[in-house]
Ligand binder design. Structure first.
Ligand SMILES: C[S@@+](CC[C@H](N)C(=O)[O-])C[C@H]1O[C@@H](n2cnc3c(N)ncnc32)[C@H](O)[C@@H]1O
Length: 833
């Protein structure tokens, strides 16, 4: 099938995916849709009744922080209380992207305007001016309105179908911004540190695929990571629609993301020069879209109104710094990192960026990107803000009362300076000399009422809802200029953080302690924070023997290549494992040191690989051997074979050599699937090509591939199984009957008269589907929804096709399924897809 985006479908996952992105607005039955006026305030839909959009603490906090001027306050609040209009993006690497764009520009823009009239002129959908090539669209209807309003049904159906297929992605407009500032190129190695549910990962993949020719892959790759296993599943589901071989989904802690440094392993094990060439996993680009309080999403998640407190942001500040610092450590010199949050809170935004810049001491620059995306309305970052802790406003660390030093740390304030109580000058020490001030703290005894940062934080961007009727977002673009400086290890800090952790956990587990909402939120965040600090401390302890000063470059998490890890490595690198071990592995799946996670194994079974190459006539131009992996250590029971790009292959080999530091949840493009019993019993090749893998391998196969006329191609899509004698083009039926039993590929013949597989030329517009050649008929091996969508695309693209599709509706002749066995095979294949 041409184009990416025909991923496998799992109903349960789809449901989770939907639920995970669902809004929870309650609406009365009598409500009517919004008037759709594009101006921010006019678009506020008064008929929507959110259950609670009041929070005094929120008002007080943001009024004081001055993120909008007092004159704008009412407009800001009015917009942030209204539902968020829907937005979506066309997948630029889809084969049908320009068809879809034309359909939106010419068909839906006009008909939706006409339909939504109500007497008034409405701009129902429009491209987002700041997004390149009219690929991202804004709709003045919220997602709920799109679902409820009958007149919008066709548009809604279109959105649903194309989203499911992967041709479009529904995504909040402002969430599309960070990847655009990352300046991604196809050869880049990209780390998306906190990636779930994956909309930005999808965007990053689109960008690296943008100028890729059919049958080839970009040189770069994306590692998409998320700590939360369930959210990771959403991410996998989301990115499956992209059908990519250039993605690894991992499940590591971002602040401890492994550096996969080869040096230690090398000292004990000899590896080839080739293996040494990628001695460490470093990235050209890092997206650091950190966990945050999320108040920029209030318009689509109104339940947050009830929960919001300043403590949410305060509690995340440290974790955000740790994740950003890890991102910078993993970045190549010269590389760029985008730090972003969907929060408006300066403590999670400017304060984090400022602290990171201070820690990096000149090795990292905050870039001025004010000339980029000029149509995107945004506001400069703040240089002044305050911290609110337990109901008290604090202008500087000096204001923090003694026992709250843990709640409001110096890095939260604009200057980042630590306050130390004045020391009496004349106190003599035991030796008669003056006492030294405490060396571990930067001292600042000046009287500071309100602090201002001396860093160029105005280079950060804050997008606020009422500027362009959107959600809110914060973005900062950083560039690494030189290796990060070493950080002196502070043993006292270790002790403190461990004590702190114990204290917090005690408090959380003690039912007699009754927290307020604010306290509760904060405490939860503190647990996360302490846990991560403890983790880094453990790493540091392990490293202590070798390094007293721990460089911030990838060292802290590199100490995980254990003996065991390396032993596992050898088992998998060398391909086959001993059978007894394989049986054991089946019982308890192990990925190196990760228990309960399927292993990632290079698939090196020569006999199977050769039979696939022979059956499909795969040309030597296609890098095949060494690019296949499975998730089952027993080759005889491998159900699916995945294809990986060269970049992913290099990363996986490195990961194996360093003891599987990456906890891999998903990797590779599903290329082949084992035939099921009935279908596969007579076929000479045990594996069929999957829909996802077909676009990539299509230009490289020379056998089991045929051109079909438009009418026969459409009939296959419509009737699913057709007897050889029933094809309109008898010669095609004849050729099809002579194919070998099993999987084959049918290509839609173009007007330029391609006739046989010998002359078949594949380009970006080639449309092909996987089929099954049975004894008396040909059956399609594409899911019903994919067939439906492809028919839809063909009819939109071409008037001639539209006519054939319309005519074939009346034809009943072909809809004969009188051969029991063929029906069984088709049903079985469809169920497997
Ligand atoms: C703002 S969301 C990311 C949204 C995502 N970038 C997207 O565009 O779809 C933050 C994510 O961070 C994850 N997360 C929280 N703590 C983390 C940690 N310590 N390491 C990695 N991911 C973490 C959460 O599970 C959540 O999915």
């Amino acid at each position: 099938m041409g184009g990416r985006g025909r991923g496998s479908k799992s109903r349960t996952q789809r449901k989770h995916f939907r639920d995970g992105r669902e809004n929870v607005w309650k609406r009365s039955k009598s409500d009517s849709p919004a008037d759709g006026n594009s101006a921010a305030t006019a678009a506020v839909d008064r008929s929507w009744q959110p259950f609670a959009t009041q929070n005094t603490a929120f008002d007080e906090y943001y009024k004081e922080q001055g993120i909008v001027s007092p004159e704008e306050w009412d407009t800001f609040m009015e917009v942030i209380r209204s539902p968020l209009p829907a937005a979506f993006r066309i997948n630029s690497s889809s084969q049908f992207s320009s068809d879809i764009r034309k359909q939106l520009e010419n068909d839906f823009t006009k008909c939706l305007q006409a339909e939504g009239a109500d007497g008034a002129e409405i701009e129902a959908i429009r491209p987002l001016a700041w997004y390149p090539d009219n690929l991202a669209w804004h709709s003045n209807y919220s997602r709920m309105q799109l679902r409820k309003n009958q007149t919008l049904e066709r548009f809604h159906e279109f959105l649903k179908l194309e989203n499911e297929i992967g041709n479009i992605t529904r995504q909040e407009a402002v969430s599309m911004v960070p990847p655009l500032f990352l300046d991604v190129r196809p050869e880049h190695f990209i780390l998306d540190m906190c990636a779930a549910p994956g909309s930005k990962t999808f965007q990053l993949l689109e960008i690296i695929y943008q100028s890729t020719k059919p049958g080839s892959l970009p040189d770069g790759m994306v590692i998409a990571n998320d700590l939360d296993v369930q959210r990771c599943n959403l991410l996998i589901h989301q990115t499956k629609r992209m059908c990519t071989a250039n993605l690894i989904v991992t499940n590591n802690e971002a602040q401890q993301f492994p550096g996969c440094r080869l040096s230690k392993a090398l000292s004990k094990h000899s590896v080839s020069e080739h293996e040494q060439s990628m001695g460490q996993l470093l990235f050209d680009r890092v997206l650091c879209d950190v966990p945050c309080s999320g108040d920029g999403t209030l318009r689509k998640a109104p339940d947050l109104w009830r929960k919001w407190s300043p403590g949410m942001g305060n509690g995340l500040h440290n974790l955000q710094i740790q994740i950003a610092m890890r991102g910078l450590a993993l970045l190549k010199v010269g590389g760029k990192m985008v730090y972003s949050t969907c929060s408006m809170n300066p403590v999670e935004n400017e304060a984090v960026v400022a602290e990171v810049l201070r820690k990096c001491g000149g090795s990292v620059e905050l870039l001025d990107v004010s000339n980029e995306l000029p149509d995107l309305v945004r506001r400069p970052g703040l240089r002044k803000w305050k911290v609110r802790d337990r109901g008290v406003w604090l202008a500087s660390h000096k204001d923090v009362i003694k026992n709250r030093h843990f709640g409001a740390v110096p890095g939260m304030f604009p200057s980042g300076r630590t306050y130390v109580a004045p020391i009496k000058k004349d106190i003599k020490n035991e030796n008669g000399g003056n006492s030294e001030p405490n060396q571990e703290l930067e001292t600042s005894n000046e009287d500071v009422d309100e602090e201002t940062s001396d860093l160029p934080l105005e280079r950060c961007m804050r997008i606020v809802p009422h500027d362009q009727n959107s959600g809110a977002f914060f973005i900062a673009v950083l560039q690494k200029l030189s290796p990060l400086p070493a950080i002196p290890e502070n043993p006292k800090k270790q002790k403190n953080s461990i004590a702190k952790k114990d204290e917090t956990q005690e408090k959380i587990s003690d039912p007699s302690v009754e927290d307020t909402d604010e306290q509760e939120q904060e405490s939860k965040s503190i647990v996360m924070e302490s846990a991560s600090e403890a983790a880094s401390d453990i790493d540091l302890v392990d490293n202590e023997e070798e390094e007293k000063d721990v460089p911030m470059e990838v060292a802290p998490c590199d100490n995980v290549s254990t003996e065991n890890g390396l032993e596992d490595t050898q088992v998998t690198v060398n391909g086959k494992s001993d059978p007894e071990k394989a049986v054991g592995n089946r019982k308890l799946q192990m990925q190196g040191r990760w228990k309960g996670v399927d292993p990632v194994l290079f698939f090196n079974d020569e006999a199977t690989i050769n039979s696939i190459i022979e059956f499909y006539g795969i040309g030597e131009s296609f890098p095949f051997k060494g690019h296949l992996i499975s998730r089952n250590s027993d080759d005889n029971h491998v159900k699916r074979i995945y294809y990986i790009s060269k970049s992913v292959k290099d990363a996986l080999e490195l990961n194996i050599l360093v003891g599987q530091q990456l906890k891999i949840a998903s990797v590779g493009l599903k290329m082949f699937e084992r035939q099921t019993a009935i279908a596969g019993s007579d076929a000479p090749c045990a594996f069929r090509i999957s829909s996802e893998g077909l676009p990539l391998i299509l230009p490289h196969i020379t056998k089991q591939i045929l051109n079909a006329s438009p009418v026969d191609f459409i009939h296959i899509l419509k009737y699913k199984t057709i007897k050889f004698r029933d094809f309109v083009d008898a010669a095609f039926g004849e050729k099809a009957s002579k194919l070998m039993m099993g999987c084959c590929v049918i290509v839609l013949k173009k007007d330029d008269g391609q006739v046989s597989s010998d002359t078949l030329k594949v380009d970006a517009s080639t449309i092909a589907i996987g089929c099954w050649k049975g004894r008396g008929s040909l059956s399609v091996m594409v899911t019903a929804i994919d067939c439906q969508e492809l028919l839809e695309r063909l009819s939109v693209r071409d008037e001639g096709m539209k006519e054939i599709i319309a005519r074939s509706k009346e034809s009943k002749v072909l809809n004969r399924k009188d051969e029991k066995e063929e029906v069984e095979v088709t049903e079985e294949l469809a169920a497997d897809q």
